[in-house]
Design a protein around this ligand. Structure first.
Ligand code: PMP
Length: 462
């Protein structure tokens, strides 16, 4: 080990550029300007190495639901580190936090989802879903049911399986050859793809694509349909209310398993414990991560209902799947404490009844009339804003104008973290945000929309 002197921002940036390859990043262009060094955080605020404060409109990466700096979560980790920092759950052993966390997840998930498999990340949870649903059918004498149906512009993680299941073309190009037996249908993005119909009819039409796809592939070849209740990384796309109930009806009709990827929507984000409750459907299997521990430690889980659980328990023998960190005691202890905080502080109710409605109305009041804003959609503490060149017609900018990135950079340089998903700007703030903090966040966004307008339109706003 070299004797490393205390670092400042500039030296950290230089060393970062020398040795660190960042995820989803053009390393050459990042290295040319240097990464921003985030040093501390409290509540909804972040600070960088230069002492600049940012309001975090993205909860880190859609995960810090309880906000930063919760001592209870730090203490839970400390206590568990001292008692038992690690032990596996493969070979006839378990540990106290994993037991209690499985029980807590069984209590908060809807319906009969009473059995839980642990993993380390959302992507691992998705791999687990694929393994489980395919093996479920093999164990039930239908080994040909291998196909998973997902949607365009879905995000389901970055392992080969997650990238294959998701509908992100940029990932497909780099992950090829993709996993076989995955098919996709359209996303239910009314503003972008269905404005010639009513929202209701568009929702039904998108769901009916599932039925057409099932019939095209043969129902006896399809294992499951998977979707995010509200697409997150796709740009916060809230489907029409008619969509999910129709998807549920079709899955029931053909006996196909319904998987809800709740990696973003879980743990209060939409105003219910899980997004499927807000959007009105009952899945057979749920993947969850992120908000499970408010991002304080990496942990994910897959919850299954009786249908899958009884097959796995009674017909499978050894299930040849798992991860070193499945049921990690420290991560599980933090997740358990996080669920206790969400419950005891009535955070889900706060999102559903107080701060969610306030946030949704403030975003619309302050950004809805902006000339760049084509459309706003959102639920709970999620919102997506389509940036357009022409407000009246909803015409998008031509492909050479990266309006989302311009806007994101203005936000980042002016004390606000928002994310750009293509030309959609996205909010996903910590669930504990106050009204005053919502106001601050939305005012900052308005100012940055103005700066963006001036850049991309080449004219100042009067
Ligand atoms: N599914 C969804 C819906 C997600 O949003 C994400 C991450 N953004 C994942 C899966 C993958 O999670 P991870 O990055 O923890 O692997």
């Amino acid at each position: 080990m070299t004797n490393t002197p205390p670092a400042n921002g500039a030296t950290l940036r230089a060393t970062d550029a020398q040795h660190h390859l960042h995820p989803f990043t053009d390393t050459a262009s990042l290295n040319a300007k240097g990464a921003r060094v985030i040093t501390k955080a409290k509540g909804v605020y972040l600070w960088d190495s230069e002492g600049e404060r940012l309001i975090d409109g993205m909860s880190g990466l859609w995960c810090v639901n309880m906000g930063y700096g919760r001592q209870e979560l730090v203490d839970a980790a400390n206590r568990q580190m001292e008692a038992l920092p690690y032990y596996n759950t493969f070979f006839q052993t378990t540990n106290e936090p994993a037991v209690h966390l499985a029980q807590a997840i069984a209590e908060i998930t809807p319906g009969d989802l009473n059995h839980v498999f642990f993993a380390g990340s959302g992507s691992e949870a998705i791999d687990t879903v694929i393994r489980m649903v395919r093996h479920y059918w093999t164990l039930n004498g239908q080994p040909d049911r291998k196909i998973l149906i997902a949607r365009d512009n879905a995000y389901h993680g970055s392992t080969i399986a997650g990238a294959s299941l998701g509908g992100m073309s940029g990932m497909h190009k780099q992950a090829a050859p993709l996993l076989p037996d995955i098919h996709r249908i359209s996303q239910p993005y009314w503003y972008g793809e269905g404005r010639d119909m009513s929202e209701h009819d568009f929702g039904i039409a998108c769901a009916r694509e599932l039925e057409d796809k099932i019939l095209e592939l043969g129902p006896d070849n399809v294992a499951a349909f998977i979707g995010e209740p509200v697409q997150g990384a796709g740009g916060v796309i809230v489907p029409p209310a008619s969509y999910w109930p129709e998807i549920q009806r079709i899955c029931n009709k053909y006996g196909i398993l319904l998987a809800s990827d709740e990696v973003i929507c879980g743990f209060g984000r939409t105003g219910s414990w899980f997004g499927c409750e807000t959007l009105g459907f009952q899945p057979d299997i749920i993947s969850m991560a992120k908000g499970l521990s408010s991002g304080y430690l990496p942990i994910s889980a897959v919850a299954v209902g009786e249908r899958i659980a009884s097959t796995l328990i009674n017909k499978c023998g050894d299930f040849n799947h798992g991860f070193t960190y499945s049921g990690h005691p420290v991560a599980a202890a933090v997740a358990l404490e996080n669920i206790r905080l969400l419950r005891d502080e009535r955070v889900i109710e706060y999102v559903a009844n107080t701060i969610g409605p306030y946030f949704q109305s403030r975003v619309r009041e302050r950004l809805g009339d902006h000339p760049l804003c084509g459309h706003i959609e959102g639920v709970g503490l999620l919102a997506g804003i389509a940036l357009v060149k022409d407000k009246a017609s909803g015409t998008l900018f031509e492909s050479g104008v990266d309006v989302g990135t311009v806007c994101r950079d203005h936000c980042f340089n002016n004390g606000l973290v928002m994310r750009a998903c293509g030309s959609r700007m996205v909010f996903c703030p910590p669930l504990v945000i106050s009204r005053a903090e919502v106001d601050e966040m939305v005012e900052k966004a308005r100012a940055c929309f103005d700066l963006t307008y001036e850049d991309v339109m080449g004219e100042t706003l009067s």
